[in-house]
Design a binder for this molecule. Structure first.
Ligand code: ZN
Length: 325
């Protein structure tokens, strides 16, 4: 959501990420394609689904995550560029006012990223970067872009571990902040292939707690926070021969009890690869972006009749409004 309460959606036009996208050493294999030429960010009216404006043409090669902070700065991670780019939406979307990482140069040292996935921004303006597909670490920066610290170790083996220690990640894929008055803020990380959300003290970065449920399964793609709850989307189990079947859905986790209190999804279509989730501050509206079919779903808190209400089509996006409990 931007500062006008509109919904901003990031997409990659016709670019897909497959086995030929990167070389064995994580270099983007298609630099000659140039940046994506169409606007990659669409700003939608949340009620009508109508596109109000767009930006982000000729900037990104394979953008992955979009975060807008309370000062109307937009942070985009690009896994091909191995960079994080920040745009002041009040000034211009043509050029970033901050660039972190070295263009097309993956790395583990501070100053480089390797396929960074997501950004979360504290009220102070300090921000965190999840880095990402290869490095499995979180980095913290000042609002001005000065490196503060980093943590996290890689456990990505392609298979979830039976017990994974705290501070280890298998693709930290999305970030959200648990910020409430009179409570120390927490940074919560969708630890994707470990199927859990890990939460850390956002000041000291000490591990606080983790959320995992057999109901959700072993893959959690994204996480968002509102009103004491974590909202997550899972993904299909990698081990298809497993006799444990997990539906691909959205879930609500109560942070106090750790219990899954709600499960929701569209009734007229099966989700296969939900990639990102967003929720309004009051928890009344949830948005899910799905990679596979270019779907954007909106769920509104309602009476549980769970019927599709207003399908709206916007170019390649289908916005379906569905009630959930
Ligand atoms: Zn991803």
């Amino acid at each position: 959501m931007d500062n006008n309460e509109n919904l901003a959606v990031l997409h990659r036009d016709d670019r897909i990420w497959d086995g030929s996208t990167f070389t064995y050493d994580n270099q983007f294999a298609h630099r000659d394609w140039g940046p994506i030429k169409v606007p990659t960010v669409l700003v939608l009216n949340r009620k009508t689904g109508r596109v109000l404006s767009n930006w982000g043409a000729n900037l990104f090669f394979l953008p992955h995550g979009l975060t807008i902070d309370r000062r109307n700065n937009a942070y985009v991670t690009d896994v091909a560029l191995h960079q994080v780019l920040r745009f002041n939406l009040n000034l211009t979307t043509a050029v970033p006012d901050l660039k972190l990482g070295e263009e097309f140069t993956p790395g583990r040292m501070v100053g480089r990223f390797c396929k960074p996935t997501s950004v979360a921004v504290l009220a102070s303006g300090d921000f965190f970067v999840a880095d990402g597909y290869c490095n499995a670490r979180i980095l913290q920066y000042t609002a001005g872009g000065q490196f503060i610290r980093q943590w996290g170790k890689n456990t990505f083996t392609g298979q979830p571990l039976p017990v994974t220690p705290a501070n280890y990640f298998a693709i930290p894929h999305a970030l959200t902040l648990y910020e409430e008055p009179n409570i120390k803020p927490q940074l919560c990380v969708a630890d994707r292939e470990n199927g859990r959300v890990q939460c850390f003290d956002a000041y000291s970065t000490e591990f606080i707690s983790q959320y995992h449920s057999p109901v959700i399964g072993n893959r959690i793609f994204s996480v968002a926070y509102a009103k004491g709850n974590l909202y997550v989307v899972n993904g299909p189990e990698i081990d298809q021969t497993s006799d444990i079947y997990h539906e691909v859905k959205g879930f609500v986790i109560n942070m106090t009890t750790g219990e899954v209190t709600s499960k929701f999804g569209p009734t007229n279509i099966n989700m296969t690869s939900p990639h990102d989730i967003a929720v309004t501050k009051d928890g009344s509206e949830i948005y899910i972006a799905e990679l596979e079919n270019n779907h954007l779903f909106k769920f509104v808190a309602g009476n549980g009749t769970n019927k599709p209400m207003v399908p709206v089509t916007n170019g390649e996006y289908n916005l379906t409004i569905i009630k959930f409990d």
